[in-house]
Design a protein. Structure first.
Ligand SMILES: [Zn+2]
Length: 68
């Protein structure tokens, strides 16, 4: 019967731990398949923020040629 090592974390620990990166939208651990978000829902939320102009890039909207 093999003696157990004095628990300093075996090779198992790295495999079972969730990724350290939290979802930028809700703060839950991100899903490795949907990084950097935890779900496609949160990805949509982030996308919506973009579309609603929260992250608008300054200097692209004001085109004098576009005036009526
Ligand atoms: Zn999330």
């Amino acid at each position: 019967m093999p003696a157990e090592p004095p628990g300093e974390g075996g090779p198992n620990e790295a495999g079972t731990r969730p990724p350290a990166k939290p979802c930028p939208v809700c703060g839950k651990p991100a899903d490795p398949k949907k990084l950097p978000f935890c779900s496609s829902r949160c990805r949509d939320v982030d996308l919506n923020r973009w579309l609603s102009g929260r992250y608008v890039i300054p200097g692209r909207d004001t085109d004098p040629e576009d005036a009526e």
